[in-house]
Write a protein that binds this ligand. Sequence first.
Ligand SMILES: [Zn+2]
Length: 218
Amino acid sequence: MTSESTVTPDSTVTPNSAATPDSTPDSATAPDEPVAPDPATSSTDDTSDEQPASSQGFADLIAANQSFAARFTLGGFDGIAHRGVAVVTCMDSRIDPLRMLGLSPGDAKIFRNPGGRVTANALEALVLGVHLLNVQRILIVPHTKCAMASNSEAELRERVGASAGQDASWQGFHVVTDQREALQADVRAVRSHPLIPDTVAVGGFLYDVDTGLLDQLV
Ligand SMILES: [Zn+2]
């Protein structure tokens, strides 16, 4: 394709297509409107100087990746957890699951979702980890100031709906009303799983995003 030659920031076409995976929900309103210029900016039709951040594409990240690959030393690595660790934690950008435990790439299997919950998918990952990937210790790690524990599902739907400019009441959000209770239930779900033997250590921890400390609660 011509994607190489159209990555330039000047292009008014490629940045949009490059950003599609990120902006799919927002772009749902776009097809209704043809190419009619926005009345507010109709005096000039050149908007290439004022592209929103989501339209800048991935160029900065790809450039960073090339630097990363130039110093890459993990090639030929197997995929097992060398320190025998699996972590289930939140998608929150304040959490660095490896570094907070003094681990490095290759040491642990990491499973993340909103809230750091032990879902069916998380259990699937843990079963694979235990039996095929050397996992012997499992940490379940929700965190302080988690959006999933400080909003109701109705509030999240309202906020997402406002951002999307359309109804979001059909979208489910697995909010947590009592973090400690949810953590106990999640640890129990792992410990009682028929394919996860008692020899595997399972702990429930709360990560403090302001201090970096883990507090074992279960
Ligand atoms: Zn969170």
